[in-house]
Design a protein around this ligand. Structure first.
Ligand code: GLP
Length: 251
């Protein structure tokens, strides 16, 4: 894994945006398949991509995109749905066609069937060229909570109590916080050709230490990425504060 320790979120966003730009340019008119994540971690990267689109003409017109996950029970236009999030924070602000962005349908009548169908749509698109990931404080990636199988595919998952608690701040009424999600599996994520994981803040330090210096264990799901040949990790000083080795590159 390549590790970059950056001074602030903007520097991290620029590094991540460089990777997206490279993948988009390499794919040319054939179009890149982008794996998009929600949460606060990717926001500076998305802001930088929007800036490059507006100021430098970086185009997403040939790209396609898949998101990681969606809450079960929320339709795509619910204010807290991940579909709405990704449209607001990236898709609607660049020239990525809305029809080229796929998200699991959280309001599907049968979420288990939707999970299987979503996995198939992703495979049919040829898989993801570059996947951006955040990380939960408990080490989850997408919504693969501790205990997730390393070979897991897109499926309906129960959210960990700590994740439900973390998410509660976004929902006015605690009884409205979803307790299940459709999430790409660890096995699905492992097939992305390139992965960039970004994290900031001391709350992520333990998870980052496990990812970069811990044993591979299903109790820290992100450690599954240790087996992947092309992972870049972009963290700020606070998220890197529990690392003990010194092979990370300060950018
Ligand atoms: C959610 C998402 C994850 C994300 C995590 C961390 O649980 N399913 O994909 O990485 O939150 O969010 P944040 O980046 O806001 O800290």
């Amino acid at each position: 894994m390549q590790v970059h320790i950056v001074p602030d979120a903007a520097a991290g966003g620029a590094l991540v945006a460089d990777l997206f730009e490279e993948v988009i340019r390499e794919a040319g008119e054939a179009g890149a398949v982008l794996g998009l994540a929600t949460g606060s971690s990717p926001l500076t990267a998305y802001a930088e991509l929007i800036r490059r689109h507006r100021e430098r003409g970086l185009s997403f017109a040939h790209s396609r995109a898949f998101t990681l996950d969606e809450y079960v029970g929320l339709s795509g236009d619910h204010p807290q749905s991940y579909r709405r999030f990704i449209h607001e924070h990236l898709v609607d602000q660049v020239d990525l066609p809305a029809s080229a962005v796929d998200t699991p349908d959280g309001a599907a009548a049968d979420p288990d069937l939707e999970a299987i169908a979503y996995e198939r749509r992703l495979q049919d698109a040829g898989g993801v060229d570059l996947q951006i990931l955040g990380i939960g404080s408990n080490g989850h990636i997408a919504f693969n909570e501790p205990g997730s199988d390393r070979a897991s595919r897109t499926r309906v998952v129960d959210l960990a109590p700590s994740t439900i608690a973390d998410n509660a701040r976004f929902f006015g009424d605690p009884s409205q916080v979803p307790v299940r999600a459709i999430s790409q599996g660890l096995g699905t994520l492992a097939e992305a050709r390139r992965i960039v994981l970004t994290a900031s803040g001391a709350g992520k330090a333990e998870a980052i230490a496990h990812l970069l210096e811990g044993e591979m264990t299903d109790q820290w799901p992100a450690t599954a990425l240790q087996q992947h040949p092309q992972v870049t990790v972009v963290v700020d000083e606070a998220a890197a504060s529990r690392l003990t080795r010194s092979d990370a590159r300060h950018s």
